[in-house]
Design a binder for this molecule. Structure first.
Ligand SMILES: *[C@@H]1O[C@H](CO)[C@@H](O)[C@H](O)[C@H]1NC(C)=O
Ligand SMILES: *[C@@H]1O[C@H](CO)[C@@H](O)[C@H](O)[C@H]1NC(C)=O
Ligand SMILES: *[C@@H]1O[C@H](CO)[C@@H](O)[C@H](O)[C@H]1NC(C)=O
Length: 346
């Protein structure tokens, strides 16, 4: 009987996805907060489907033809600001990104994931996929989390899902801070963005791109609280991890000891934020959420699970032709768009 109860519980539980996406684009576009504006106010690093552009409407799952993510049916776009190193001499250089060590390795001679992010769709917490019904997002759905205008430690502390980890090694986890780590981090800085997982069940977006959602996040990958009656629909808990290789600047640390990193909106660490634009094909995300797989068992590059996967080589082939053509990479005298007024709020 005990075994049967366990099996029944297992039968009710839902999937947890954790997968890598290579970079699809780095440019100044923001189809959620500044739709149609070319260029947008600050540089973003974007992963996912190749339908990414200044304006994005309708069912993205029907518009994109490839994705840089491990799951071929995931044509969504995921993006954050870009981290820059600010040299004592006033010049900026983009901090390179590197992939999570545990995803996408297919042997030492195989191509590696290019930059990008790790994306999560969990239900309960990191280790357990729970057993309540998780409704996939509908086509056209979008949201943001955090705010580039947050500029105090208290504001940053008020967002338990938005944190940094100072990486001692590529595998360091835990010990999260609401601001950029104050000291050099041997393996770089991991930026963590958790989105709210309670939806009002009606609106695909809202004027501030956030009020159609409600966050019950407690921090880390701890189990979130119950959804309130204003936002009763539990949707997947989406989270991003971005690994920024700040170690390449270790010999240029400023003499005054202050940490030298800024976000692309000339922001300190408090204003960290992220954007999500749903684009899974058909009912593929619901199919995954209805299954019982966890992480690698759902499929990983080249290994089929409940979701169709592709190899790292195929992930890396998907690209978006930049609409905004400007230097974002070399040593820059100012951040791209920094001279433009900060005309947006998020
Ligand atoms: C992106 O949109 C611009 C107009 O804003 C258009 O000229 C361009 O072709 C689009 N790019 C793609 C890849 O669809
Ligand atoms: C600042 O230092 C970097 C690294 O040495 C150098 O490449 C860049 O040209 C310098 N910028 C200025 C304005 O001197
Ligand atoms: C997911 O599960 C729900 C509830 O059991 C069911 O109504 C729906 O058809 C399922 N969807 C898919 C795509 O499996």
């Amino acid at each position: 009987m005990k075994l049967l109860a366990v099996l029944l519980q297992a039968g009710l539980s839902q999937a947890g996805l954790r997968f890598a996406c290579s970079q699809v684009s780095i440019q100044r576009l923001d189809p959620i907060v500044e739709p149609g504006r070319v260029p947008s106010t600050h540089v973003h690093q974007i992963v996912g489907g190749n339908a990414f552009n200044a304006s994005m409407a309708g069912d993205i799952g029907e518009q994109a033809s490839c994705t840089t993510c491990a799951y071929t049916e995931d044509l969504s776009n995921y993006w954050t600001a870009v981290m820059y190193f600010k040299h004592e001499n006033g010049s900026y250089k983009r901090v390179p990104q590197y992939p999570n060590a545990q995803l996408g390795t297919e042997g030492k001679d195989a191509p590696n994931i290019q930059g990008g992010m790790t994306v999560y769709y969990t239900q309960k917490d990191f280790n357990n996929n729970g057993k309540s019904f998780i409704r996939a997002f509908p086509p056209g759905f979008r949201m943001t989390t955090g705010s580039p205008s947050a500029n105090t430690l208290d504001a940053a502390k008020g967002h338990p899902g938005l944190r940094y980890t100072c990486l001692q090694t590529v595998l360091t986890r835990g010990s999260e801070t609401p601001d950029f780590p104050a000291k050099p981090c041997p393996a770089g800085i991991m930026a963590i963005h958790h989105f709210p997982a309670c939806w009002d069940g009606k609106n695909l977006d809202s004027p501030d791109h956030q009020s159609h959602m409600y966050s019950t996040i407690k921090g880390g990958f701890q189990e979130a609280g119950a959804c309130p009656s204003s936002h009763p629909v539990r949707v997947p808990q989406v989270a991003y991890e971005t690994m920024w290789d700040t170690s390449v600047f270790k010999d240029m640390w400023p003499k005054d000891g202050k940490q030298p990193f800024v976000w692309s909106f000339e922001g300190n660490g408090y204003g960290t934020h992220a954007d999500y634009l749903f684009g899974w094909k058909g009912d593929s995300l619901q199919r995954a959420m209805n299954s019982t797989c966890m992480f690698h068992a759902c499929g990983s590059p080249g290994v089929q699970g409940v979701l169709k996967t592709q190899t790292v080589e195929e992930m890396n082939k998907c690209a978006v032709k930049s609409t905004v053509v400007e230097e974002t990479d070399g040593w820059l005298r100012e951040l791209p768009g920094h001279m433009a007024p900060m005309a947006f709020k998020a």
